[in-house]
Design a protein around this ligand. Structure first.
Ligand code: F6P
Length: 339
C-alpha cells in the first residue's frame, strides 16, 4: 500500500514523533509512505515528498513538523475539494493519515464522506478534541507555561507585583488549568467559567496581603465582557485570540482597581515549540502506529484515540462532536487552591 500523511492546524510538540510512527509502522508491514506538505494545502496543491524510514530518522524528539503545517480548509470550496480527490488519485494514495485537531479532522471527515480513504490522529496543545482522553502536545506546551509562571513568580515577588500570564487554549482552558494547578497560581481564569472581576480582585488582594505578590493565569479565550469582533480570522473562521490581549487588559484592571502594580506576559507560540515531553512522544508514537493499524484493518473514517490505558479507533463523527472543555470536577479541584 501507499500511505499519505499530513500534519495540519497549529503545530505542537509530538507531530514528528507521530509522522515517524506512521512511516515506521507502515514500513514494518512492507508499505511505503508519502508526506504531504503544509497540511491539507499539500494535498490540494499536489505538494508531497517521499518518506522512507531514513527520512524520519532523528525526528522523534524534534519540535515542529518536518512536513510543515497550515490552516488550509480544503473543503471550503468545491474546486479545492475536487483538487484533493484528484491529488490522491494521481499520487495513487491507498490511505491518507491526517494528523491534526478539530479542523484538520473535520476536513478528514468531509473527505471520508466523499469516499476518500482516510484515518485521523488527534493532536493539539489545546487538548480539546472530544473523542480522546489526551492529545499529544498538550503536556509539553503546559510544561512551558508552568516554567514561565515560575519565572514570573521570581520577578513578581522581587517587585511585590501582580503578574498575569496569558496562555493559549482557544475555547478550552486545559492549558490554563494545568498551568494554574502545577504552577500554584493564586487565580486561574478559563473560558469555561464566566469572568468574575470582583472575585479576581479579591484573590489578588488576598495573595498580596499574604505574601506580597500575586500570580494569575488567564486563558486567551476568556470573555471579559467587552468582546469586540476582531477582524482577523483563520480559514476555519476562528478569531485570532492573541489579538485581544486579555492578559494585558486584566493586568491593567488589577492595577487600576487594587493599586497593586501589575504586569502581564503573553507567551503565545513559545508554548508550541520545543521538544515533546516523554508523555507526548509515547502518545504520538502509539497513535501514529494505531492509525496505520486502523488502515490495515480497513477501518477508514476513524480516528485513533486514547481511552484510559487503551488506544482504540473511533468514528471521526463521534470524535468531533464539539470541543472537549474542562469539566466541573477539574474546576472544583482548581479552585481549592485559589488565594
Ligand atoms: O492550535 C491551537 C492554538 O495554539 C490555539 O490555542 C491558538 O488560539 C491558536 O492555535 C493560534 O493559532 P495560530 O498559530 O494560527 O496563530
Amino acid at each position: 500500500m501507499r500511505f499519505g500523511v499530513l500534519t495540519g492546524g497549529g503545530d505542537c510538540p509530538g507531530l514528528n514523533a507521530a509522522v515517524r510512527a506512521v512511516v515506521r509502522r507502515a514500513a514494518r508491514f512492507g508499505h511505503e509512505s508519502v508526506g504531504f506538505l503544509d497540511g491539507w494545502k499539500g494535498v490540494r496543491d499536489g505538494l508531497s515528498r517521499p518518506l522512507a524510514a531514513s527520512d524520519v530518522e532523528g525526528i522523534l524528539g524534534r519540535g515542529g513538523t518536518i512536513l510543515g503545517s497550515s490552516r488550509t480548509n480544503p473543503f471550503g470550496r468545491e474546486e479545492d475539494a475536487l483538487k484533493v480527490l484528484a491529488t490522491l488519485e494521481r499520487e495513487k494514495i491507498d490511505a491518507l493519515i491526517a494528523i491534526g485537531g478539530d479542523d484538520t479532522l473535520s476536513a478528514a471527515r468531509a473527505l471520508h464522506e466523499r469516499g476518500g480513504k482516510v484515518v485521523g490522529v488527534p493532536k493539539t496543545m489545546d487538548n480539546d478534541v472530544r473523542g480522546t482522553d489526551w492529545t499529544f502536545g498538550f503536556y509539553s506546551a503546559s510544561a512551558v507555561a508552568v516554567d514561565a509562571l515560575e519565572r514570573l513568580r521570581d520577578t513578581a515577588s522581587s517587585h511585590h507585583r501582580a503578574v498575569v500570564l496569558e496562555v493559549m487554549g482557544r475555547h478550552a482552558g486545559w492549558v490554563a488549568l494545568v498551568t494554574g494547578l502545577a504552577g500554584g497560581a493564586d487565580a486561574t481564569l478559563l473560558p469555561e467559567e464566566p469572568f468574575d472581576e470582583a472575585a479576581l480582585l479579591a484573590r489578588v488582594r488576598a495573595a498580596v496581603a499574604a505574601r506580597g505578590h500575586a500570580l494569575v493565569v488567564a486563558s486567551e479565550g476568556i470573555d471579559l465582557g467587552e468582546r469586540g469582533e476582531s477582524a482577523q480570522r483563520d480559514e476555519f473562521g476562528h478569531e485570532l485570540l492573541r489579538m485581544r490581549g486579555v492578559g494585558a487588559e486584566i493586568a491593567r484592571r488589577i492595577e487600576a482597581k487594587t493599586g497593586v502594580e501589575a504586569r502581564s506576559a503573553q507567551i503565545g507560540h513559545i508554548q508550541r515549540g520545543g521538544p515533546p515531553e516523554v508523555f507526548d512522544r509515547i502518545l504520538a508514537t502509539r497513535l501514529g502506529a494505531a492509525a496505520v493499524d486502523l488502515v490495515l484493518h480497513g477501518r477508514f473514517g476513524e480516528v485513533a484515540v486514547v481511552h484510559g490505558e487503551e488506544v482504540v479507533g473511533l468514528p471521526l463523527s463521534e470524535a468531533l462532536a464539539g470541543p472537549k472543555v474542562v469539566p466541573a470536577s477539574w474546576l472544583d479541584l482548581l479552585h481549592t487552591f485559589d488565594a
